[in-house]
Each structure stands twice: as C-alpha cells, then as structure tokens.
Write a protein that binds this ligand. Structure first.
Ligand code: 13P
Length: 271
C-alpha cells in the first residue's frame, strides 16, 4: 500500500489504536471510504490491551466479523527492541517499526538489519527512524535533530527497510515553538530512494502543511494525539451533559462521530 502511495504522491494514514472501540471505528470508517489503513499500536497500548496476541486477534476478528474489505495493516509503532518486534511478528502483526534512533548511526543500522532479516522471513514489513523526532517536551526549534541526507541514503540502502521515517522537523504530540519542516529533505529523499517516506507527529498540523508534505513525497502519516483529543472533547461534553449515564459503551462511543469526521477530513485533504 505504501509503494503505491509513494508512486502516486498520495498517502496512507497510520492511526493509533488503544482499544476495541477505536479499532472498530477506524476500520469501519476506512472501509466505508474504501481506503487502505494502518493501525498503529505502541508498546504501551499493547500492554494496556493485554498483549501482542490480544491485539492481533482483535484486529483479525474485527476484520472478519465486520466484513472489512479494504486493505488493513497492523503495525507495531516505535518498537523499542528486536524482541518487541519479534513478539509482534510472531503474534501476527503485518508490519513493525524498529526505533533505534537513539543509538549511534552504526548501531541503528545493525539493530534495524536484524529486525529486517527476521521480519522479511515472515513476510512482514519494517519501518525505521533516523534523526530525532521529538516528543512533547521538545521545543521544535531547539531540540529536533533533523536527519542528514547522506546518512538517510546510506541507512536505507544498508538496512533494506520497507518504509523510512527521517526526522524532518515534526514532533509527537502538541507543538511548542515554531514549526520548521524540511520539505527540501523530503523532496530530495523522494527522488533518491524508492523506499516510502513516513511522517511521524502528524498531529497539530494544518492540512496545508500535510498536503505540502505529501506532494513533496511523504507516503505515510502517523496520527495519534489529534484523534485522542478529538475523541476526548466529545466524551467530556457527553459526561458533562449526561452526568447520570454510566454505561461505558455510551461514554466511550460518545466520541465516535467526531472520530469518524476527523478521519474523513484527513483522508480528503488531497481532494
Ligand atoms: P502524534 O501524536 O503527534 O500524532 O504522533 C503520532 C506518531 O507519530 C506515532 O508514531
């Protein structure tokens, strides 16, 4: 799905999931819109839901029972070690990210290569990161370590990864400070390597920014915080307006329509 998106200057969204309800809402909406989707699951969310097998079975079962026809990828988000990626692969994830970006360049290559070897034997794709995509604590101006072009090219060639997340100036979570995305780096990489490029930290960005990044060559955009905030705003409103309702299905699902609208708006930004 990412190779096609790359070829056509389009994008596949990675939405993070946390529970049954979110998985169901995202699957149904993307199926309705007839677009492929990547369900990203962090190690924290996996732990929260019960484990790698729970997540893989949940997604597989929902696809079956809801008769989901669009392409779905189940992806480990920010796998922190070979072992974590191995567990995801063994449980049936179809894609993993190994995030060894905190290690040295050579160590990042070695760790990533080990994951690629194991994953490819199991028909699973691998994403890896280079440079530093900041966290919420970072001021975007001062602490982001942008990926270096030549290192990016070497990294992709040496590791044989299937998708690549270079630090391009985005951060995870809510932005502090002034945003400075390196569109030129995206364009040059899009021309130089055939590996699809990934943007982490897709929240808090205007649609014009996302669109520009896609037209420069980003083929996958990861979105987590924005969809959480969208859900939470509605749930908060519901709880305030309905203080006597305690059925968890009603509380959790109060955010459903807003999430569906959010997904549709993101999918439509290129239209
Ligand atoms: P946001 O929380 O900023 O959307 O980032 C999500 C992400 O990049 C997950 O890998």
């Amino acid at each position: 799905m990412l190779d096609e998106a790359r070829r056509d200057y389009r994008v596949v969204y990675h939405f993070n999931i946390n529970n049954l309800e979110w998985t169901k809402i995202i699957l149904e909406k993307c199926n309705e819109l007839n677009v492929p989707v990547i369900l990203g699951v962090s190690e924290g969310a996996i732990k929260y839901m019960g484990g790698y097998h729970v997540v893989a079975s949940l997604v597989r079962s929902l696809i079956l029972d809801l008769n989901i026809q669009n392409d779905v990828c189940l992806h480990l988000d920010h796998g922190s070690s070979f072992e974590s990626c191995q567990k995801a692969i063994d449980a049936g994830f179809t894609s993993v990210m190994i995030d060894a970006s905190k290690l040295s360049f050579e160590e990042n290559i070695m760790t990533t290569k080990n994951v690629v070897d194991y994953a490819h034997q199991h028909n699973v794709t691998v994403e890896a990161e280079l440079g530093h995509v900041g966290g919420m604590e970072d001021d975007v101006k001062s602490t982001i370590k942008l990926a270096d072009f030549d290192e990016c090219v070497r990294f992709v060639k040496k590791t044989n990864i299937d998708s690549f997340a270079p630090a391009i100036g985005t951060v995870h979570g809510i932005y502090k400070g002034e945003l400075n995305i390196d569109y030129d780096l995206i364009k040059r990489l899009r021309e130089k390597v055939s590996t699809p490029l990934v943007m982490h930290g897709g929240s808090g960005l205007d649609h014009s920014i996302l669109k520009k990044a896609i037209l420069c060559g980003i083929a996958k955009i990861n979105v987590n915080s924005d969809i959480q905030a969208t859900w939470y705003e509605e749930v908060k409103k519901f709880v305030n307006e309905n203080p006597d309702v305690y059925d968890p299905r009603k509380v959790i699902m109060a955010g459903k329509d807003a999430m569906r609208k959010f997904i549709e708006e993101k999918i439509n930004i290129l239209n």
